[in-house]
Design a protein around this ligand. Structure first.
Ligand code: ADP
Ligand code: ASP
Ligand code: MG
Length: 405
């Protein structure tokens, strides 16, 4: 008998009819002789709606209360799915993250899983039940408060549970057929990849390919869990995420991210210790920094630009402003309307010239690059958000267009 962990995303459990469909799929998997653990997201846009509701009653809700609120979304779908499965004649029980023993640190809104006890899940499985676990949530054992794992966190719940329970496979059911060469919402010609290595998927997810949360891929790689990303609407095969893939393309995919903002600190002295002070202050306030560019020095002064998640912009701005006098800087500039477009491919490692070529494609389309960062297997450029779709389409056409057959 195999143990299968299945995760269903928000659209897949978006209404009563879809929950009934999911129940049927789960029951089929169970009746085929598998033990099944199901992780669910909140229905449809519930999480966004709850966030919006919070902003209507409070200008500064605390992390604790936000997490209390948001965890309710997954609690609704888990109970409904358990009911629907029972109606099909299969025993099922739902558990919140806390009841399932998902322990996290204390970072409300972006908690990291520190351990999964899982004994209650195992007990239910031994009793022959299908176990439904609420995604995206856990509990901080120190404060005993519930926490959430960050947007898209149900993917992390699913893979972490699969690792703890030593599942044979973790299936991520979503509203697309698998992992595509670019977001199919932006690029009509994007196509599904049959398999993607953990390394490429980690880079794609980190660069904004929202089909999987990056941290879920980290877990999968660390514990060697094969992940199958597939459609919840039909039975066809999706994309396998695993260690080794048959062919390593130079460029596996194009990713984009419009959820970051750029901050520039102007006119800081070009001296040792300045960057340490600035980024030390940001780190102390829990600001996540992605790209960093320090410009050339003119007359002993330089500009430092960096990007942060949109939701950290306010924190970043006040932390940077607080150290401005100490840095002897001239001022701060903020640009919210930016996009990061990235090319990802493990094959780039042995292939010179990809960066130059990417810049040429953007230039040919008259798209200005304001920041660049690279790793051995990724090249990212920050551009104006208004040109994002065009840039992704042009890069996809250049690197990934299929030859007509
Ligand atoms: P779920 O609610 O199932 O977790 P998400 O909305 O989080 O679904 O992720 C699925 C979405 O990810 C797709 O609808 C698609 O628009 C987007 N996406 C972004 N990049 C990619 C990609 N490279 N391949 C497939 N989907 C992608
Ligand atoms: N409901 C959460 C979100 O919308 C978690 C998830 O869907 O994975 O981000
Ligand atoms: Mg998701």
């Amino acid at each position: 008998m195999s143990l299968v962990v299945q995760k269903y995303g928000g659209t897949s459990v978006g209404d009563a009819g879809r929950i009934s469909n999911v129940a049927r799929r789960v029951v089929e998997t169970r009746k085929a002789g598998n033990d099944v653990v199901v992780v669910v997201s909140a229905m449809g846009q519930t999480t966004d709606e709850l966030i919006e509701l919070a902003t209507q009653v409070s200008s500064r809700p605390t992390g604790r209360e936000m997490d209390m609120l948001l965890t309710a979304g997954e609690r609704i779908s888990m109970a409904l799915l358990a009911m629907a499965i029972r109606d099909l004649g299969v025993e099922a029980a739902s558990l919140t993250g806390s009841q399932a023993g998902i322990l996290t640190d204390s970072t409300h809104g972006g908690a990291r899983i520190t351990a999964i006890k899982g004994d209650r899940v195992r007990q239910y499985l031994d009793d022959g039940l299908v176990v439904i676990v609420a995604g995206f949530q856990g509990v901080d054992p120190a404060s005993r408060d519930v926490t959430t794992l960050g947007r898209g966190g149900s993917d992390a719940t699913a893979v972490a549970l699969a690792a703890t329970l030593r599942a044979d496979v973790c299936e991520i059911f979503t509203d697309v057929d698998g992992v595509y060469t670019a977001d199919p919402r932006l690029v009509a010609d994007a196509y599904k990849l049959d398999e993607v290595s953990y390394e490429d998927m980690l880079e794609l997810a980190g660069a904004g390919a929202g089909v999987l949360m990056a941290r879920s891929v980290e877990f999968a790689r660390r514990f060697g869990i094969p992940v199958h990303v597939r459609s919840s609407f039909h039975d066809g095969p999706g994309t396998w995420i695993k260690e080794e893939v048959m062919e390593e393309a130079v460029v596996t995919g194009v990713a984009h991210d419009t959820t970051e903002a750029k901050v520039t600190v102007h006119g800081v002295p070009d001296q040792p210790g300045i960057a340490a002070k600035l980024f030390g202050a940001l780190a102390a306030d829990g600001v996540i920094v992605d790209m960093i560019v320090q410009n050339v020095s003119t007359a002993g002064h330089t500009d430092i630009s960096f990007t942060v998640p949109d939701e950290h912009l306010e924190k970043a701005q006040s932390a940077a402003e607080a150290v401005l006098p100490e840095l002897q800087a001239n001022g701060i500039d903020v640009e919210a309307n930016i996009a990061k477009v990235s090319l990802v491919g493990t094959g780039m490692r042995n292939h010179p010239g990809v960066a130059a070529d990417m810049f040429a494609v953007l230039a040919a389309n008259g798209i200005n690059i304001s920041m660049i960062s690279t790793s051995a297997v990724r090249i990212s450029c920050v551009i104006d958000a208004a040109r994002c779709t065009e840039a992704v389409q042009a890069l996809h056409a250049h690197y990934l267009e299929k030859e007509p057959v």
